[in-house]
Ligand binder design. Sequence first.
Ligand code: BGP
Length: 464
Amino acid sequence: MSFSKKFLWGTAFAANQIEGAYNKDNKGLSVQDVLPKGALGHIDLDLKEFNIKRKAIDFYHKYQEDLDLLSEMGIKVLRISIAWSRIFPKGDETKPNQKGLEFYLKLFKELKRRKIKIIVTLCHYEMPLHLALKYNGFSNKKVVKYFLNYAEVVLKNFNKYIDYLVAFNEINSLLHIPFCNGGIYKNQDDLNTLYQATHNMLYASAKVKEIIKNNYNHIQVGSMVLAMPFYTKSAKVEDQILKMKKEWQNIYFTDVLARGVYPKYLDNYFLKNNIKINKTKEELEVIKNNTVDYIGFSYYMSRMIDSEANNDSKENLLGGVEDPYLEKNPWGWNIDPDGLRIALNQYYERYQKPCFIVENGLGAIDKVKIENNKKVIHDDYRISYHKKHINAVYQAIEDGVEVIGYTSWAGIDLVSNTKAQMSKRYGFIYVDLDDQGNGSLERIKKDSFEFFKEVCQSNGENCI
Ligand code: BGP
């Protein structure tokens, strides 16, 4: 058995983590511009603190050079996101910013010319700041209207370039990073506000699918959730019950998107906790009739849970306790390739829809060395991470799971989301930039560049 000839190998990134040029060509501020320490940090509305995302790796000006390198690697697909605040600087305007559209048109044309397929994320953790401050983000249905207007503009202008689409990045992380994900500025601990926002986003996602189905049905629409299988610390029944409940909190997003109905366990959770959500009949109809074509998800790690401990650690977004059986990266994220096989099997068994791994990678500290007058980065740890995870995908395919593709996070070093650090590096291509914003922005191929090139060329054979 081998990977199907149609399997899509590629890489992924998000506008706010690479583009920089945060106020160029009429771009408005996004929630990212006021998160100087990343998604888990505080909000700095005065923009007084240094925020590396405003500069990032300057993809806005260097995209040609970067696409040359990615083409050399032989990727078949690239997942990009569009910065909403480049198209609608404040978010509630009626007419789009032409300069923003021009930038993405250039980018799409370049990708087409290079025969690279495109996955678009409409909102990857970067709502226009104005929508967060004035309307409290997605907790307000007006923001759904503005988002759908933005989605229609993107689709009208770029539909012929887009192959796959997801509306929101890691929609399920809203409960954990509400400001970064959904622009929830006020009442971040209020369950009504949070669950109303998740409903509004689930509806908006289904509505985008409806627009696509009716007008641009060559585009496949997927979910995009943060997958994180849970293991229990012990075989005790209390741990198993906790696992079930924790999974509900995560899986209900794909349950709604893939099955088109709210699961009973969630309705009951709302009743029990006196959570009252405004869901209209029309919205529920749209959700019912516009389920996703594939299950897109990111996978970084699994988590261990323990009914006798506090499982609320925020560092990895979904919480949990220390897992003594797994290696970790320097940020404490578990390294668990088998967890990816488990996640793939769980999604496929539950929905029988093809899966697409749209993010998977290792954050690590890389060192540049000089050898024979050449700068080199020996990142064997990253090669090993991807090799094992791709092998796990292969095993899942052997188990019977249908998988569309694998886009690594990320082809090029970029600013980390949770910590806003450059030193947490993910790329196969190094970028000379440190956490304080110093550096020439030079791009240097790491050892993993050749490895992933071989993955693309051999159709994954070097990992099985
Ligand atoms: C996912 C996000 C990405 C990315 C990745 C790694 O949750 O979709 O935007 O950043 O995690 O996380 P971090 O950058 O915090 O290491």
